[in-house]
Design a binder for this molecule. Sequence first.
Ligand SMILES: Nc1ncnc2c1ncn2[C@@H]1O[C@H](COP(=O)(O)OP(=O)(O)O)[C@@H](O)[C@H]1O
Ligand SMILES: [Mg+2]
Length: 305
Amino acid sequence: MTAGTPILQIEGVGVTFADLKALQDVSFDVAPGEKLALLGHNGAGKSTLFKCVLGFLKPAAGRITVAGDAPGSDHARRSVSYLPEQVAFPRMLTGIEIITYFAKLKSVDPKEALPLLDLVGLSQAGRRRVGDYSKGMRQRLGLAQALIGKPDLLLLDEPTSGLDPVSRREFYEIIDRVAQEGAAVLLSSHALTEVEGHVDRIAILSKGRLVADGNIKALAEAAQLPITIRIKAREGQADALHDRFGGTRVNGRSVELSCEPGAKIDLVSRLTERREEIDDIDIALPSLDDIYRFYSNRAEKGDAA
Ligand SMILES: Nc1ncnc2c1ncn2[C@@H]1O[C@H](COP(=O)(O)OP(=O)(O)O)[C@@H](O)[C@H]1O
Ligand SMILES: [Mg+2]
């Protein structure tokens, strides 16, 4: 593999279960050191795609390469590692015992693997039974397990769902370090809010199709979603503002306007001309949910056309 070659290449992948098209014509690449979140509703096909990358499932169409080789080949298997959606470690074993066990399975010297417990912040808890770990600790142990043998590509299936915001941030801090050392990270999530600020790039799967791929800011801009401007009118001025600017009257003294991103400055300057009628202005950018919904719905409308 030469420098700049993607660690993972997915080209036109299709998977069908009986008459269900679980994946259709999915294509994207992941470069070394890149952090990519694969987003999609339940049943979108995220876990199915991971199973194809791991070589557990053979796609009916398309092609996947991991480190230049076919999924499931010896070389591909040594390059990739996986944290499944439901990690179930034997509750009676300690963190140290579990890492030792998995190191042996992967033919890695446990002495090399055990420092991973430090990396994920579990050195203190290493001698405790996993049954006593919190959900966040179990996810971090799962991550340590996935990091054994220094994989080039990490597949993490919904690793942060169910974690509280602090645990989630800690989890991403570890992932950042791993990516800085050159590993590619592909993680799945069903919520854009969970990955915001933590990944370089998102790819959105909807009903088995890839409907968006890019960084969040670029996708938000490309969507050209309207911005909401909420004006709080001075006493007795709401009707006048509503007559002049249109929009929607909300709870007594407020008027809500919707505008294209490009028209924002112009509208705000027209509002400041009416300064004496206005108490306050709030500008709300499209939410992550709006962005997510936009790309999912757009693909569906395309299907209907
Ligand atoms: N082994 C299987 N047999 C039949 N249908 C399956 C199988 N695995 C997944 N599916 C179906 O494929 C679709 C995608 O599932 P999955 O990849 O698990 O979605 P996600 O991980 O995005 O929630 C779902 O409709 C699911 O029910
Ligand atoms: Mg899944």
